[in-house]
Design a protein around this ligand. Structure first.
Ligand SMILES: Cc1cc2nc3c(=O)[nH]c(=O)nc-3n(C[C@H](O)[C@H](O)[C@H](O)COP(=O)(O)OP(=O)(O)OC[C@H]3O[C@@H](n4cnc5c(N)ncnc54)[C@H](O)[C@@H]3O)c2cc1C
Length: 356
């Protein structure tokens, strides 16, 4: 098989890149195992506002404007729904937070995403005496459904090879890459936290942050919005709600723990007053980076090796935009935005040295 690009990984990153190649008429194949689970377990929220500080996420407007029509196209092509427009409301904990909301909203570009009025709490099962603040243009991408539908489609086209990629089997020449029977002009590595095993890019500062989520069944809870206090509750339908998530930068494995479960339930009980049962508990490692920016770019020596990673906790919003930037870098020789480009670390170091 001869392709323009071989993609390693079928999480959100690898699949958004595959879709970008579909939309730009390039040939490709995807090799992936199931060793990483971030896209399988993710809450899938897209929300332009960082709810702790009331600041906008990195390039929120640009990313959202790109991501929404992108997912819509996939939905139309695969005839499946993954994108659910859901309101996100943040419980305000004291009157001072109400003031902070309006102060933040006065900043340039913020009124697009922050509601101009605060909402009274009308959900009896939720404790929110100081009102709720609504973020605009939010929703949830069902990442597990997206992944399974997309992989099904790839399989039907004969473009998905379900196996582990073994790095030392890759034959590299400047013009062509060979992996088994595949010949590719380029390879894009999108292994999530699995990048740690990749000898070509494991020097990059991928930190990782383990996250755990619960699913609860709360038969009396009447709430269709995503509610955020110290943890989120995300309505899934049929009185099921996802609760999460935890952040653990040390135990970077995919095992669920009682400690995380106890923590999530203790936080939930602070604002939820209704009977529920826990019906599921999952864990995954977010591919997070110290400067909270993606890792996109080209290998320094082998110019046909590329990386697409570092989506941390905001993969849904940023993966389509970063995929487009990478596709243009590979096939149109267009420079990557510096904030995404893996060369930023060397550039920063040079600037630091220059200042000495
Ligand atoms: C608990 C939790 C909650 C989250 N909530 C949200 C949220 O609400 N909103 C949001 O936007 N993001 C959220 N995220 C983050 C989001 O999941 C990630 O940003 C995104 O899924 C990362 O996608 P990825 O493709 O880079 O990595 P992954 O999803 O980890 O995919 C990597 C793929 O590569 C494969 N792979 C790895 N190594 C190899 C190899 N050697 N050979 C073959 N295949 C390989 C893996 O098996 C996997 O299929 C959450 C993450 C977690 C863990």
């Amino acid at each position: 098989m001869k392709v323009d690009c071989l993609i390693v990984g079928s999480g959100l990153a690898g699949l958004c890149f595959a879709e970008t190649l579909v939309q730009s008429g390039r040939s490709f194949a995807v090799i992936s195992d199931d060793s990483q689970s971030a896209s399988e377990v993710a809450g899938g929220l897209y929300n332009p506002l960082i709810l702790k500080r009331f600041t906008l996420a990195f390039q929120a407007a640009v990313q959202l404007d790109y991501a929404m029509p992108f997912y819509e196209k996939v939905e139309q092509r695969l005839r499946r729904q993954f994108d659910y427009k859901q309101e996100v409301v943040r419980i305000l904990h004291e009157p001072a937070e109400q003031n902070r909301w309006f102060e933040a909203r006065d900043r340039k570009g913020y009124d697009r995403f922050m509601d101009e009025v605060l909402l009274e709490n009308n959900t009896p099962q939720i404790k929110a005496p100081h009102k709720l603040a609504r973020v605009l243009e939010t929703g949830r991408l069902d990442t597990a459904a997206f992944r399974s539908a997309y992989r099904e489609w790839l399989e039907a086209q004969g473009l998905l090879i379900q196996e582990r990629f073994t790095y030392d089997r890759l034959e590299i020449t400047p013009d062509v890459l060979r992996y088994g029977t595949i010949e590719a002009s380029h390879i894009v590595f999108a292994e999530g936290f699995g990048l740690k095993q990749n000898p070509f890019f494991n020097h990059l500062p991928l930190q990782g942050s383990k996250g755990e989520l619960l699913t609860i069944h709360a038969p009396e809870l009447k709430e269709e919005r995503v509610v955020k206090s110290s943890v989120f509750i995300i309505p899934l339908g049929n009185q099921h709600f996802r609760v999460g998530a935890t952040y653990d930068n040390y135990n970077l494995n995919q095992e669920t723990t009682d400690k995380a479960k106890d923590y999530l339930l203790s936080q939930l009980d602070k604002f939820l007053d209704t009977p529920y049962t826990v019906v599921d508990h999952v864990a995954g490692v977010r591919p997070s980076v110290s400067d909270r920016r993606p890792l996109v770019g080209q290998h320094q020596q082998h110019r046909n090796l590329w990386v697409l990673n570092g989506f941390g906790s905001r993969g849904v919003m940023i993966a389509p935009y970063a995929s487009m930037a990478l596709c243009q870098a590979i096939f149109e020789d267009k420079a990557l935005p510096e904030e995404l480009d893996i060369r930023r670390f060397a550039l920063r170091e040079q600037r630091r040295q220059g200042r000495k």
